[in-house]
Ligand binder design. Sequence first.
Ligand code: SF4
Ligand code: SF4
Length: 288
Amino acid sequence: MIVSIASGKGGTGKTLVATSLALSLKDRERVQLLDCDVEEPDVHIFLRPVITRSEAVYIQVPEVDEKKCTYCGKCAEVCAYHAIAVLGKHVLVFPELCHGCGACSYLCPEKAISEVGKEIGVVESGQSDGVDFVHGKLAVGEAMAPPIIRKVKAQANSDGTVIIDVPPGTSCPVVEAVKDSDFCLLVTEPTPFGLNDLVLAVELVKELKIPCGVVINRAGVGDRKVEEYCTKENIPVLLTIPMDTDIARIYSRGITLVEGMTQWKESFLELFDRIQEIAHERSHSLKR
Ligand code: SF4
Ligand code: SF4
């Protein structure tokens, strides 16, 4: 069972939900938390894992042998990302724009392009108080999050429950992190901004054909438009977390909700039971 925790925008409480869900479940079953928010991973701040394994992540970028090159321009033509340019008798490579797709080396008629590994980040894994933990970290100045997210997800346990903390937004890294999930939990807040970004996130998960539900965080700060939207779209609101200075205080000290206020554990276990029910209903209806 893979449950991704996403939000259309940052700062809605995605990590609060992911960490508390993992810690609530750990006494019941094997649970692993993957932090795929590789540009700003923060799960480790709350779980304080002991890291036992670290692996650099590379993408393959082109290197041109100008002795073989005829400056035909084919490589620049095929590069969708403008990461390689031919100017007169010079071929310029911009590694920071390169997506490592390999098209230029494959299509070079003179076989003048070889590929060299470029380090773009790291994947670290370990344990935190009964929770298996993996996160990715994109190196400063790098822009290519999806290859690191793929490496993080490659370490997903095949048994037990896997919880994925997804990057905020609705762009490529989000798609990479959410795809293949059995369920996507969308965390939002009851404000016009929250609703706007929730609508975009719902469209994304619908496109990916992943069942979803909503957690409303900081309930009480805004209006009821998020609930009205969820009712209209038949999306279940599975948990509501109120705007509460005590919650804000413990969270700002790097303490998870279920550790700082243990009474929340039952709510997170009920949340997971509902997720399982919905995901199973969905998989049965697809089989029928
Ligand atoms: S495609 Fe190959 S031969 Fe043509 S300009 Fe690029 S590197 Fe040179
Ligand atoms: S590997 Fe792909 S993205 Fe990188 S320069 Fe070549 S064609 Fe462009």
